[in-house]
Ligand binder design. Structure first.
Ligand SMILES: [Zn+2]
Length: 350
């Protein structure tokens, strides 16, 4: 297990009680940004430490780290892919308001996520099935490995008193829309889709997808599209989505010590059309010989199942108990909104 593992697992719990001050928005290329200095002051993370383009905020128990010009951003050493890169605005490193409201705030203060359901049910979605084998390698198919992980996770979750439904529990094909429809039937549930990756370029590691907020380009496509502006059912769960992605990716990376490819955004049908918080796990590359050997090992798949259980438990602990407190940065502007604004926290230092 990597040295930073304990910090990762507690990431979602880190900042329950903090948050003070005001937000000052800066305009850059017609998009709203906040400085890292503003973030450091609000969340009591200290001053911005900068070396060249490397920037960070750090206290004894938590850290935010990034690089000007890059969308890779690390919270307690766990990699997130921002919707927009860190930029310098008048020599002040800044991140987009979208990333503040849709990523940092729900991850740093999950207990303030509003209207989140008390979770009693988990929907497990093993990818592919039937005539759709998914990715393949010498040792087997993605559909088989994904189902095996899901069945193991099902047993662990049931032992932990969760109700579990599976979009498929045998080797059969289920259309993507039907998977999302199954998930949407359960109001107090989380949706976890299990996949393995493939690539022609030797890529390695684990990555976790959750739904792209409205207006944000999908990271699974080549760039911005008009469809990015179409409201999706799943966007009602933006805050819970990223909190669940954080909990899931943290346990996967920690427990496996696989290369961390980050938490990414996409509009996969099963995430887009699901009415409950959801994530899609890519548990390694079957196209990479080292990853494939691990995935083919039953111990790795058992470990993945255990990580799913641990993630669900961490998520439930982090978002509860319910609080009727306003979220400081809840006033998310519509995409393309203009004009400088100051959001004043109504919840300073509670
Ligand atoms: Zn797949």
């Amino acid at each position: 297990m990597p040295r930073f593992a304990p910090i990762l697992l507690f990431l979602l719990f880190a900042l329950r009680a903090f948050g003070a001050g005001e937000w000052t928005l800066l305009k850059y290329e017609n998009r709203d940004y906040v400085t890292l200095a503003n973030i450091g002051a609000f969340y009591q993370l200290g001053p911005v430490l900068r070396t060249g383009n490397q920037v960070q905020l750090r206290t004894a128990v938590r850290s935010l780290r990034g690089e000007v010009g890059s969308a890779e951003f690390y919270l307690n050493n766990l990699k997130f892919i921002l919707s927009y890169p860190v930029v310098d605005i008048g020599c002040k490193p800044s991140i987009s308001r979208m990333d503040l409201t849709k990523l940092l705030e729900p991850v740093l203060r999950p207990s303030r996520i509003q209207n989140s359901a008390t979770v009693d049910t988990i929907i497990l979605d093993p990818g592919h099935g039937g005539g759709d084998s998914g990715a393949t390698c010498l040792f087997g198919n993605e559909k088989t490995f994904a189902l095996d992980v899901a069945l193991r996770a099902r047993d662990m979750l049931r032992a932990a008193k969760f109700r579990v439904y599976m979009t498929r529990s045998t080797d059969r094909f289920v259309p993507l829309e039907e998977r999302a429809a199954i998930a949407s039937r359960f109001p107090n549930a989380l949706f976890i889709s299990i996949h393995f990756n493939s690539s022609g370029n030797g890529a390695t590691g684990v990555e976790t997808y959750t739904l792209a907020p409205r207006g944000v380009p999908s990271m699974a496509t080549d760039g911005p599209s008009l469809s990015d502006l179409v409201p999706c059912t799943g966007n009602a769960r933006d805050a819970e989505n990223i909190a669940l992605a954080c909990a899931t990716h943290a346990t996967l990376v920690c427990n496996s010590a696989m290369f961390d490819r980050g938490i990414k955004r996409a509009r996969f049908v099963v995430l887009r059309d699901s009415a409950i918080p959801g994530v899609l796990i890519e548990g390694g590359f079957l196209s990479n010989p080292n990853d494939a050997r691990r995935i083919a090992n039953v111990l790795y798949r058992q470990q993945m199942a255990g990580s799913i259980l641990q993630a669900v438990q961490n998520y439930c602990n982090a978002v509860g108990p319910r609080q009727a407190l306003p979220v400081a940065s809840a006033a998310t502007p519509p995409p393309g909104a203009t004009g400088p604004t100051v959001i004043t926290s109504q919840s300073a230092a509670r």
